[in-house]
Design a binder for this molecule. Structure first.
Ligand SMILES: *Cc1c(COP(=O)(O)O)cnc(C)c1O
Length: 428
């Protein structure tokens, strides 16, 4: 009898099979060769019949994606979820991003054929959305915006900042370290809980490059506290530039988030430059946004570091479409009507069981710590969390008090049925 291993199909035969060749076009040759080699190896070990090798390769490649990041349904109720990539893009932003993916006129005036300035349309959209700003600049992320501002204004000099605002922004990154890395010296004023105008006044002098006010976006100090409002700080600063790091990226005040600072109000109160993230409450792609006085923002734009932190064309396209387009998903989730959330939770519970319980959503890493977003969740046994995460598509619930809570605030309503099917797949 011949060795069955001799019947294992050869690599060139497998690669020529129409469905496998099509997968190579979609996924790339290397990926397909890997799947072919793995299936042949399984057949050599006797784990797969030689006749099944082609089918195994086809099955392996059928569901494969060219990149490994997977879409996740966010059922945590946390709107800006750092581990889930912060803001989901609107359909308009996704379309703009796809349009910009090939050759695109990012630095070309198609009318004259001459070179044009990068990012003009994103800049115009930001200025239209925030008329209080004279000039706008988009960079890689919020941290880059802050580094650019402090480098250009204060390298070799001092950045005056309150001790109450020396925050860690997440994953171990600390703002004071970031600023120190630019070559600026931190001049800390006040105390953790209380900083007064006179503390700033005493510190500002010939060595001051800028005064920095940071919105402590991920925690709140309560009790015996004092903080200097921007307008008062403006008066103390004199000619020294006043930079405000907003973090969240709200361009205008949002009634759902009282107390959350926004660019328009900060500029009106006297900030010369505000810095913010594009992918928090603005609801766009990862980006850093600088808005403010024309003379200062233009100075930052001309600094050599601006080139190292410049925004990519995909980001510029998605940001323009977010700022000038329909309501971003982040804002839709933030403003979700509790009655609607209740109705959707009831409908989900009717299909999958569990009980509907009140559940507060949260803004998340993006800001407004401690501000509850009243809503509802379906309460299920905690043991469902792991299979839900491992499902297809993965569903991320909130774990609380030994239960698995499904909050539909950040799930598009058209995906409610998918969440229900995911739960049923885990329970049946
Ligand atoms: C999030 C945040 C940053 C960092 O912005 P990234 O876009 O994450 O780089 C800086 N400062 C504050 C106050 C923030 O909230």
């Amino acid at each position: 009898m011949t060795d069955p291993r001799r019947r294992i199909p050869r690599t060139d035969h497998l690669l020529a099979a129409p469905s496998i060749a099509a997968a190579a076009t979609r996924l790339g040759e290397r990926r397909v060769r890997g799947a072919v080699a793995a299936a042949q190896e399984a057949a050599r070990r006797g784990e797969l019949a030689p006749e099944d090798v082609a089918g195994a390769v086809e099955r392996e490649l059928a569901g494969a994606s060219p990149a490994s990041l997977r879409p996740v349904l966010n059922a945590t109720g946390v709107v800006v979820h750092t581990n889930l990539g912060r803001a989901p893009l609107s359909a308009a932003a996704v379309a703009a991003l796809v349009d910009a993916a090939g050759y695109t006129d990012v630095e070309l005036d198609l009318g004259t054929g001459a070179r044009s300035k990068r990012g003009v349309a994103a800049r115009a959209a930001l200025l239209a959305a925030c008329p209080a700003a004279e000039e706008a600049l988009v960079v890689n992320n919020g941290a880059a915006a802050l580094v650019l501002a402090t480098t250009a204004l204060a390298a070799g000099r001092e950045v005056v900042i309150s001790r109450g605002e020396l925050i860690e922004i997440g994953a171990g990154f600390r703002l004071p370290d970031l600023i120190a890395s630019t070559g600026a010296r931190l001049r800390e004023v006040g105390t953790t809980n209380r900083t007064h105008a006179r503390d700033y006044a005493e510190a500002i002098g010939p060595e001051t490059g800028c005064v920095l006010k940071v919105h402590p976006s991920n925690f709140r100090v309560e009790g015996f506290t004092a903080d200097v409002p921007l307008a008062e700080l403006r008066a103390v600063c004199g000619d020294v530039p006043l930079v405000m790091d907003l973090g969240s990226g709200l361009l205008a005040a949002d009634p759902a988030l009282p107390g959350e600072p926004d660019a328009a109000s900060a500029l009106a109160a006297g900030a010369d430059v505000v810095t913010a993230s594009g992918d928090k409450l603005l609801g766009g792609p990862q980006a850093g946004i600088l808005l403010g006085r024309a003379e200062l923002v233009s100075r930052l734009a001309k600094h050599p570091l601006a080139r190292a932190v410049r925004a990519d064309k995909l980001v510029l396209a998605a940001l323009e479409a977010t700022v000038g387009g329909p309501e971003a998903p982040v804002l839709a989730s933030l403003h979700a009507d509790p009655e609607d959330l209740h109705r959707r939770a009831e409908r989900l519970a009717a299909r999958v069981g569990g009980t509907v319980v009140p559940h507060d959503g949260r803004v998340g890493g993006g800001g407004a710590p401690g501000v509850p977003l009243p809503g509802w969740a379906v309460r299920l046994p905690e043991s469902l969390a792991a299979p839900l995460r491992a499902g297809d598509p993965p569903v991320l619930p909130r774990l609380s008090d030994g239960a698995c809570l499904l909050d539909l605030r950040c799930v598009p309503e058209e995906a409610d049925a998918t969440v229900a099917e995911a739960v049923l797949a885990c329970t049946s």
